[in-house]
Design a binder for this molecule. Structure first.
Ligand SMILES: *[C@@H]1O[C@H](CO)[C@@H](O)[C@H](O)[C@H]1NC(C)=O
Ligand SMILES: *[C@@H]1O[C@H](CO)[C@@H](O)[C@H](O)[C@H]1NC(C)=O
Ligand SMILES: *[C@@H]1O[C@H](CO)[C@@H](O)[C@H](O)[C@H]1NC(C)=O
Ligand SMILES: *[C@@H]1O[C@H](CO)[C@@H](O)[C@H](O)[C@H]1NC(C)=O
Ligand SMILES: *[C@@H]1O[C@H](CO)[C@@H](O)[C@H](O)[C@H]1NC(C)=O
Ligand SMILES: *[C@@H]1O[C@H](CO)[C@@H](O)[C@H](O)[C@H]1NC(C)=O
Ligand SMILES: *[C@@H]1O[C@H](CO)[C@@H](O)[C@H](O)[C@H]1NC(C)=O
Ligand SMILES: *[C@@H]1O[C@H](CO)[C@@H](O)[C@H](O)[C@H]1NC(C)=O
Length: 525
């Protein structure tokens, strides 16, 4: 034929296009449903454990693969488009033949015990939209071929044992919306190309060994809602430019890394933020008043950093806040009364700072508060009486301060949900109210190193959940007129009591015979 003699590149465009098309259709026509069947039978042969015997009984050559469990075929081409074998307890490896399922669009082996490495041939599956391989035992590197899947929207390789670098070519995935590589052993740096995927919505690289800094150049990521880089070995300052391009970010997790430097002011442009977690880093500088601009925040973790200065009054603008955690952050000054505006707040943790002043009475306005943790500071004065009216309260932890005053006589009737009452190392005085026994969920009472006086109430024996009772170094005595320490007999009802510390009190008397029933007790000094 004449055409044979004409060099390929001299052919008119339409003809060469036609030839290419014929070549492609030729290779395509080589695969058919029989190809899909042999690929799936190869997969079946690579599964060494199938606890429910599903594949063994159901994946039979006698029936069409389209009827097999976990398999779905497309109406048009009658080829396998979906393979979903999730939560089936399967052990096995992925054979290279999987790369022949050329019409596959959804592929999930999520939550099984697949092991060995991921075959490069998966990169042949050009129609793939979803890959869910999370929660298996895959090892080795992320195949670079996965970075050339033009339709891939979701890639979940989380909770495996993958190692090596995240390929730079990951930025070639033009449709990617969600990527989960968390809980692996990936190292190297975050490829800067990841921020070139403008369709990205969820980016989870947490729990790996990634190092280096966050790439400085970030493009307009107007769909990105969740970024999780927590628990890695990342360092450097937080790039200011980054936040300028994250107009939709709702959840930002950067905790448990080595970031240093100040909070960049552009961070406060991310007005959609609901969750901001920056704890366990080496961040410095003050917590700026602009934090109050993040009015959608419901969760704020900033603890275990090296901030200076105080808690800004503007914190009171965060009216959706449910959790405020600022422990061990070198904070000084007093707790701003504006904190009383945070009426949704359930958890307030300011443990281990250098806070002074008193507990603002406005804390008593926090009707949803469950945990009030202000221990290891230099806070003085009384616990505002309104705090004892917060019926949701489960955890009062105020030890190691200079707090004083008495516990209200009805404490146990007011705080019926209380589980932890931790007031050790303060200057409290007065009696231990017997009503405390009405707070029947109490597991922990720590009142050591105060000036409590009077009788140890026998009613403590009603606290069936009590595990720890520490009242060392006070002025407590036993009620009984006889020489027996009878309150100890009542404590034998507390079957979960494992730690009882009473030394340093003027307790004179004999141990009751029933003390032997406190058999779980670990006598502490
Ligand atoms: C698939 O193609 C092979 C040849 O490549 C052929 O032998 C077989 O019959 C075809 N199967 C179906 C179901 O079309
Ligand atoms: C496999 O399971 C599917 C779905 O439960 C069922 O329709 C089909 O008949 C089963 N095939 C065999 C061979 O058991
Ligand atoms: C994983 O699958 C097993 C069954 O093999 C199931 O019991 C377990 O709940 C699943 N885990 C998750 C997190 O879905
Ligand atoms: C499928 O894949 C395997 C290994 O990747 C290969 O040897 C085989 O020729 C492929 N083609 C068909 C039609 O099975
Ligand atoms: C981002 O993509 C553009 C083309 O769309 C390219 O020019 C640029 O080099 C890419 N940047 C990175 C960091 O990959
Ligand atoms: C980012 O992209 C969105 C929509 O794609 C657009 O509305 C917005 O103006 C862009 N922002 C910047 C800073 O380029
Ligand atoms: C963490 O990163 C630092 C450099 O920032 C490096 O010296 C160190 O070896 C890394 N540690 C691990 C466990 O990767
Ligand atoms: C914070 O909000 C105030 C107005 O409430 C505005 O003047 C300021 O520019 C905002 N700052 C940032 C960093 O968004």
């Amino acid at each position: 034929m004449l055409m044979k003699k004409i060099p390929f590149h001299l052919l008119p465009f339409t003809v060469s296009f036609l030839l290419c098309f014929m070549l492609i259709s030729l290779t395509m026509s080589v695969t058919n449903i029989t190809t899909d069947q042999s690929a799936l039978l190869s997969l079946k042969a690579h599964i060494t454990h199938d606890p429910q015997n599903i594949l063994a009984t159901n994946w039979s050559s006698a029936t069409s693969v389209c009827n097999w469990i976990g398999v779905a075929c497309g109406a048009r081409h009658h080829r396998v488009t979906t393979l979903e074998l999730t939560d089936m307890g399967l052990t096995g490896t992925i054979p290279t033949e999987m790369g022949n399922l050329s019409f596959l669009s959804r592929l999930s082996f999520h939550n099984n015990s697949f092991y060995s490495s991921l075959p490069e041939e998966l990169g042949n599956l050009g129609r793939l939209k979803y890959i869910r391989f999370g929660n298996n035992n895959f090892v080795g590197a992320i195949p670079s071929s996965l970075c050339y899947l033009p339709k891939l929207e979701a890639l979940d390789l989380s909770k495996n044992m993958l190692q090596g670098y995240i390929p730079e070519t990951i930025g070639n995935l033009p449709k990617l919306k969600r990527i989960y590589l968390d809980e692996n052993g990936l190292s190297g740096s975050i490829p800067s190309t990841i921020f070139n995927i403008s369709s990205l919505q969820v980016l989870d690289f947490s729990d790996n060994q990634l190092s280096g800094s966050i790439p400085a150049t970030i493009f307009n990521m107007s769909f990105l809602q969740i970024i999780d880089f927590s628990t890695n070995n990342l360092s450097g300052p937080l790039p200011s430019d980054m936040f300028y391009h994250l107009s939709s970010v709702q959840e930002l997790y950067l905790s448990w890394n080595h970031f240093f430097g100040a909070l960049p002011s552009n961070l406060f442009l991310c007005k959609e933020l609901r969750i901001l977690s920056l704890s366990y880093n080496n961040l410095e500088g003050t917590i700026p008043a602009e934090i109050g601009n993040l009015t959608m925040l419901n969760t704020l973790y900033l603890g275990f950093n090296n901030f200076k200065g105080g808690i800004p009054q503007k914190i009171g603008d965060l009216e959706s806040l449910q959790l405020l955690s600022l422990p061990q952050s070198s904070l000084t000054g007093s707790i701003p009364s504006e904190i009383g505006n945070l009426t949704q707040l359930k958890w307030l943790n300011l443990l281990y700072n250098n806070l002074t002043g008193t507990i603002p009475s406005e804390i008593g306005d926090l009707h949803n508060l469950e945990s009030l943790i202000l221990g290891v500071n230099s806070i003085r004065g009384l616990i505002p009486s309104t705090v004892f009216n917060i019926s949701m309260m489960r955890n009062i932890a105020l030890s190691d301060n200079h707090l004083s005053g008495q516990l209200p006589s009805s404490i146990g009737l007011q705080l019926r949900n209380l589980e932890y009452l931790i007031l050790a190392s303060n200057e409290f005085s007065g009696v231990i109210p017997s009503s405390i026994s009405n707070a029947s969920k109490l597991t922990t009472i720590e009142l050591s190193l105060n000036s409590f006086a009077g009788f140890i109430p026998h009613e403590l024996g009603n606290l069936r959940n009590l595990q720890r009772l520490h009242m060392a170094r006070n002025y407590l005595t036993s009620r009984s007129s006889s020489s027996e320490l009878s309150f100890l007999s009542s404590l034998t009802n507390c079957r979960n009591l494992t730690s009882l510390v009473l030394y340093g009190n003027p307790l004179n008397g004999t141990l009751p015979a029933s003390i032997g029933n406190l058999y779980l007790l670990l006598f502490s000094p």
